[in-house]
Design a binder for this molecule. Structure first.
Ligand code: UT7
Length: 321
């Protein structure tokens, strides 16, 4: 028994923030951001627009694309770092919006690797026979945890949501998932405040993302290179067996490094970072949805999805689409 992706969906908030707009907010330039990151613009949620609002739109599109109805879903997993409330989970809020009752619904928190983790969880639920039709979402409003006076980070992130429906299938879908973490790197990329630590910052609106960018960059490149090898080896595959790379969209230079590692032409790498920036857990499902809807990824092709993020966490999913 396999789990198989049978529908994808994505949603980006309407408001767009360009590099030129950012030139009026912090000491930066379109040239610097483009050269160092490949980002040209990002979408930003309205003040009253929540992560669940974005997740709902992406989920509805994925459900429609799958040909299923919401009442057939028996598992909801949402990957997010920017939940609407401390509790209930975004997955439970989403369940309510979709008018589904009773199935398991929970959030997964692995920052930028969240969607890869969530697919790993759903794949195992389906393979174990605990679910038949899972809704898996990556949704973020990163703009709400950004320090808009910090040029090191505010130029990088954006908001959005991506979703997939995964169904139990005898035909191969997900071939393997590889999930990793190393908590010793906590302080290189974190929001150093929360409910039980420096709570006053949370209450005062000072809980902001902090990153030691250059160190994260180096770790991301080497770690993603390793996960590519691990994934190919586990499946007894060669680099040339991969039809599409769907990477986490943090920085075009990191994406190019992984593509080089795979000896892969950039024509077979899905890149959305220029238009969307880094949407954390939403970036991989948004990129997947873009490539599917553009008719690039075709049924039966082999797709490698990978991500690296805060924790540190990292992982990959290899699947036949
Ligand atoms: O998704 C989770 C994982 N996150 C990532 O993978 C992000 C990984 N890191 C990166 O993508 C890159 O490290 C950055 C894009 C964040 C930074 O690029 P970099 O080439 O590593 O630059 P840097 O941090 O070494 O900074 C170079 C210079 C510094 O100036 P000095 O000290 O050399 O004078 C920065 O102060 O660029 C300066 N700088 C900026 N200049 C203009 C930093 N941010 C900006 C900015 N505009 N927005």
């Amino acid at each position: 028994m396999y789990s198989r992706v049978i529908g994808t969906g994505g949603y980006l908030p309407e408001k767009i923030l360009t590099n030129h707009d950012l030139e009026h907010i912090v000491d930066t330039s379109d040239e610097w951001i483009t050269e160092r990151t490949g980002i040209k613009k990002r979408h930003i949620a309205e003040d009253d627009q929540t992560t669940c609002d974005l997740a709902e739109q992406a989920a509805l599109r994925a459900i429609e694309a799958s040909g299923k109805t919401a009442d057939q879903i028996d598992l909801i997993v949402v990957a997010t770092t920017t939940a609407d409330k401390i509790f209930p989970s975004v997955a439970c809020l989403l369940q309510q919006r979709l008018n589904i009752h009773g199935c398991a619904a929970f959030d997964v928190q692995a920052v930028c690797t969240g969607f890869i983790y969530a697919v790993g969880v759903a794949d195992n639920f389906i393979k174990a026979g605990s679910a038949k039709c899972a809704l898996v979402v990556g949704a973020e409003t990163m703009s709400k945890i950004i320090d808009w006076s910090d040029r090191n980070t505010c130029v990088l992130f954006g908001d959005g949501a991506g979703a997939v429906i995964m169904e139990a299938s005898e035909e191969p879908g997900v071939l393997s998932t590889h999930l990793h973490a190393d908590g010793q790197f906590e302080k290189l990329l974190h929001v150093p405040a929360g409910v039980s630590h420096e709570r006053h910052k949370l209450l005062d609106g000072e809980a902001h993302l902090q990153m030691r960018g250059a160190e994260v960059f180096k770790m991301a490149v080497t770690t993603l290179g390793r996960i590519v090898d691990e994934t190919l080896e586990a499946n007894n595959m060669k680099k040339t067996d991969i039809d599409w790379l769907v990477p986490h969209q943090a920085n075009i230079r990191i994406i190019q490094a992984t593509a080089r590692k795979l000896h892969m032409n950039m024509d077979h790498v899905v890149v959305t970072v220029a238009e969307q920036g880094n949407t954390s857990a939403a970036s991989v499902p948004l990129a997947l949805d873009t490539a599917v809807r553009e008719g690039k990824i075709q049924k039966g092709q082999t797709v490698l999805m990978e991500a690296f993020g805060g924790g540190f966490t990292w992982g990959s999913v290899l699947m036949k689409y």
